[in-house]
Design a protein around this ligand. Structure first.
Ligand code: FRU
Length: 511
């Protein structure tokens, strides 16, 4: 029997005053009440609760003292922040995952109930060593105990991190996918009990490469419209050199036999991107959704390592993306993922307005009379690009700053332009992000979610997405639409205001 170390949960950080300058805080994207947040960790569903753990600094609003923060939700929309789950000890608690050990294979369950097991990277700040640690909880993730005094998997490396563990039913084993970061490779391990791990295979380098690979995931998806057909998606994030200019995610589609991931024979060399913006990173998916819910849902960190520590938000720095379903489609380019915000978000909608056949030309059309108003908005659009060479939705802040969400039909691009979106705070920020979209038919569907400082754009049923943050000067947002060098038509526009998901008493009490 190995010694165990209880991981005392720190009490929640003291409530912060509500600063007048907190204008950038999203209303329906998760943010901690205060301090620094990065990657989502330990996503697991258990007894009616979705758990969202995350990289968190309990002591400040920059990266450091990495611990697992914790929030729970019953609907993926309203989150309640809980005390720190896994604090920094002799090692920082870097990214990792959590599972329900249904059969108590680890022997760490209590009273006939399965334990929650977290597998995470312990990073030793003195030596730089990175190895995989295990902690368990017998009280629905509220308190955690480290298993043993040291790691369960150590290969004597400083670049070995972010284990994603899941149960592989056909081989009746646990599988871990973990990065050998600087080599741009993933390693796959298997285990009967979560405590002893055996190397099974490697994958990579492949696709896009850079300084490092981080935060991998591996899951099976049905192919849309092809009953009985499934494929495996291996996703991996890239610390730099991604399509948005900094950190971002890519994926591979292929097969997994319990030991080895093999990309589809038709899978090309060109990287497939999870998102074309700058602010969707480290996305990983939930484990253990109930059998009645066949969805695969992931969530990303809405930030970019280039400027993550400089973003002008206070008193918290770091937000999550919307939780998104991930589906798989066979397209002309081959297998591609399609993402959509979880349907539960519709519960926040109010003030629904529909407009048909709104003609756009050189004169900007103010959108408030069409129900598009304020900083927490959802838009559903069916667009005919007409003769225009650009059409755009313009978000202005009354202080001369503007952010564009637009379409360039002549070059088959959808874009977000934040080159003039707010006061300068980092050279890496003011840029324009582009997704390639076939616009030869002149028709396109857009879903736009704006939440104070976050834009999530879903193109043609989520075949492409662009996620970007923007930090305006300060005034309230107003919306208009405009076409350049011709006309375009919004065939239908559905607009909703989205309620503040953080307006529950528990969250207000903490602010
Ligand atoms: C990704 C990452 C992970 C690491 C964590 C540390 O953003 O660099 O590789 O585990 O952040 O906070």
């Amino acid at each position: 029997m190995m010694a165990t170390m209880p991981l005392a949960a720190a009490s929640p950080s003291a409530p912060a005053r509500t600063p007048a300058g907190d204008v950038h805080r999203p209303q329906y994207h998760f943010t901690p009440a205060r301090n620094w947040l990065n990657d989502p960790n330990g996503l697991v569903y258990y007894e009616g609760e979705y758990h969202l753990f995350y990289q968190y600094n309990p002591h400040g609003d920059r990266w450091g003292h990495m611990s697992w923060g914790h929030a729970v939700s019953r609907d993926l929309v309203h989150w309640q922040e809980l005390p720190v789950a896994i604090p920094e000890t002799d090692v920082m608690a870097f990214s990792g995952s959590a599972v329900i050990d249904w059969k108590n294979s680890s022997g760490l369950g209590k009273g006939g109930r399965p334990p929650l097991i977290a597998v995470y990277t312990g990073h030793d700040p003195r030596t730089g060593s990175q190895a995989q640690f295990l902690a368990y909880s017998n009280d629905k993730g509220r308190s955690w105990t480290r298993y043993g005094t040291g790691p369960v998997l150590d290969i004597d490396s400083t670049e070995f991190r972010d284990p994603k563990v899941f149960w592989h039913a056909p081989t009746k084993r646990w599988v871990m996918v973990v990065v050998m970061a600087a080599e741009n490779r993933v390693a796959l391990y298997t285990s009967p009990d979560l405590k002893s791990w055996m190397l099974a295979s490697h994958f990579g380098p492949a696709g896009a490469q850079g300084k490092n690979w981080e935060c991998p995931d591996l899951f099976e998806l049905p192919v849309e419209g092809r009953p009985g057909e499934t494929r495996w998606v291996l996703s991996v994030n890239l610390g730099d050199n991604a399509v948005g200019g900094g950190s971002g995610g890519q994926y591979f589609v292929g097969d997994f036999d319990g030991t080895r991931f093999t990309p589809d024979p038709s899978w090309g060399e060109a990287p497939a991107w999870m998102d074309y913006g700058a602010d969707f990173y480290a996305a990983v998916s939930w484990n253990d959704l109930p059998k009645s819910d066949p969805r695969r849902i992931w969530i990303g960190w809405a930030n970019d390592w280039r400027y993550a520590e400089s973003i002008p938000t206070y008193p918290s720095r770091g937000a999550m993306s919307l939780p998104r379903t991930v589906a798989l489609r066979k397209t002309a380019e081959g297998y591609r993922i399609a993402q959509a915000p979880v349907r539960e978000l519709a519960g926040l909608r109010s003030n629904h307005r529909t407009t048909s056949n709104l003609r756009l030309g050189e004169q900007p059309v103010v959108l408030a009379p069409h129900g598009v108003e304020g900083g927490a908005v959802e838009l559903d659009l069916d667009i005919d690009t007409g003769t225009a060479d650009q059409l755009s939705f313009v978000l202005t802040d009354g202080q001369g700053y503007e952010t564009l969400i637009g379409v360039n039909p002549t070059v088959n691009e959808v874009f977000i332009d934040r080159t003039r979106s707010g006061p300068h705070f980092h050279d890496g920020f003011p840029n324009r992000h582009v997704a390639p979209v076939d616009l030869r038919t002149g028709r396109l569907k857009l879903r736009i979610f704006v939440d104070q400082s976050i834009i999530e754009l879903f193109v043609n049923d989520g075949t492409q997405t662009i996620t970007d943050r923007f930090y305006r000067g300060g005034g309230p947002l107003s919306w208009s639409a405009v076409a350049r060098n011709g006309t375009a038509t919004i065939r239908t526009l559905d607009a909703w205001t989205l309620a503040d998901a953080g307006a529950d008493s528990s969250r207000l009490a903490r602010r």
